[in-house]
Design a protein. Sequence first.
Length: 145
Amino acid sequence: MTNSAVGAPAPVPASPVAAFAALGDETRWAVLEALSGGEATGDVTASAAGPASGLTAADPAAGLTASALAARLPVTRQAIAKHLVVLEAAGLVESWSVGRERRYRALGAELTALGRRLERIGDAWEARLGRIAGIAEELEKRERG
């Protein structure tokens, strides 16, 4: 499946295992944070601001280049490019070409889906711990009474 606006492959949905493996590296985490809240730099037209997005260059979702990310982080552009490959393979980042540049942005929907999965796991554990607390209170009452 391709994105018809730019002819690029559509992003692969994030596998939780691949996503968390990718996020297990502090530099990749920092890259993702920069992409999530970073502003676009350079001269980007609205039509090139993102795949079929209609975004303007002032919109953070218009993406950042590896060079722009490297300027924000204490890592070389080459290292950033390698980290971006891992994040994109995990389905957390998408990229597209604007002239000779490659721009990247975080995929918010995939990150939200991962967050929801973690929330469901957390809710299940909270329910279990609540039941354990209830059992402990009942046992205390029996011992006293």
